[in-house]
Design a protein around this ligand. Sequence first.
Ligand SMILES: *[C@@H]1O[C@H](CO)[C@@H](O)[C@H](O)[C@H]1NC(C)=O
Ligand SMILES: *[C@@H]1O[C@H](CO)[C@@H](O)[C@H](O)[C@H]1NC(C)=O
Ligand SMILES: *[C@@H]1O[C@H](CO)[C@@H](O)[C@H](O)[C@H]1NC(C)=O
Length: 418
Amino acid sequence: MEPSSFCSSMFSLVLLISGFMYAGVVNSIGINYGQIANNLPSPDAVVPLAKSIGITRIKLYDADPKVLKAFANSGVEFTVCVGNEYLAKIQDPGKAQEWVKSNVQAFMPATKITCIFVGNEVLTFNDTTMTGNLFPAMQSIHTALVTLGLDKQVAVTTAHSLSILETSFPPSAGAFRRDLKNCISPILDFHAKTGSPFLINAYPYFAYKSNPKQVPLDYVLFQPNAGSLDPATNLHYDNMLFAQIDAVYAALASLGYKKLPVHISETGWPSKGDEDEAGATPENAKKYNGNLIKLICQKKGTPLRPSSDLNIYVFALFNENMKPGPSSERNFGLLKPDGTPAYSLGFALNSSSSGNGNSNSSSGSGQGGINPITIGSSPPGSSSNGYLSISSAPATERYHLIGSIPMMWLVLLLVKVL
Ligand SMILES: *[C@@H]1O[C@H](CO)[C@@H](O)[C@H](O)[C@H]1NC(C)=O
Ligand SMILES: *[C@@H]1O[C@H](CO)[C@@H](O)[C@H](O)[C@H]1NC(C)=O
Ligand SMILES: *[C@@H]1O[C@H](CO)[C@@H](O)[C@H](O)[C@H]1NC(C)=O
């Protein structure tokens, strides 16, 4: 490793640490907490687990009161969901207000709810009724927030799948499906007026899975590769996720919305799949999510929007055993239901290191005291967990923590991570 790249790596490592330390920092990493399972820990047990891996933002697919209550005073920021099944009903202003009162207001301010997404991937289903209900439902929820005086704290949006794009390559040619234009335009206008972000679920995994012979694996896993050039912009893309995000920016720009923030509401990689599901392995999941987290922490934007922070929710916190579909669907989790890592991410997001370099060598089992995401093998001289702490302790303590990470460990960590 050259000295200069070592230094910049170290810089990014510090960013990596500090990125996790400031809740509300633009580049913090969020996670999707899905619960389509019958074997997950109780929300009360998930709190220490989420803290132990340094999660500062959580996105739910409902507004589960048990979760929202459990995370009271945790500092974790929440995005909650009005499910697709409520879109019709929620257009009634009274129903919308009732929903916001009992699912959002009731938990604030102890639980920090900052966003409501109304409907998940609604436009993907080509269901004209549901599509027609989407925008009115968003408006109705926003109006309820205004009435309750919460609209400055809570943004309203909806999450789309990438299939709402008709063209996504090259990124500069990004365009929405023509048949969706009429329903997307008022939504974009709503984002622009209320300042809420445009959410997209983007999975390079699915592109790879459907075409493993043509799509280079390194390109989808953020590994070194030749990449591709966008002939229209001359921008170089060395990973598919960035190309997908920029296709969304281009699609938005083509309709006149150049300034809308784009957040990636889901992305991830399964660690297991059926035999015909190419690429679903723990090694690939580790590369995808590990490299992704490193990129986020480097505070780099995409080629088209280099100074816009990546705002990403990884999918997902847990493997979910009741999800229908191919095996991969049940294996997107960073964690197994028992709270142990589904695979090694390549580095520790947090550890119970006490900050003086000594760490607790009790190997993880049970809730709360474990370090679910740790390097597979430990650096010599350290315990099996805990050579890198990410903490939400007060700032002075945090810096102490960083300063106290022994250089030797940093070097070893970088060798592993890079
Ligand atoms: C929805 O419609 C689009 C455009 O006609 C089509 O490409 C797509 O396959 C359809 N999706 C579903 C789930 O039927
Ligand atoms: C380490 O963990 C063990 C078992 O959980 C506990 O008894 C011990 O006090 C811990 N030590 C430190 C330094 O935290
Ligand atoms: C780090 O993990 C420990 C338990 O493993 C937890 O007690 C502590 O609060 C975590 N620090 C955070 C939230 O960064």
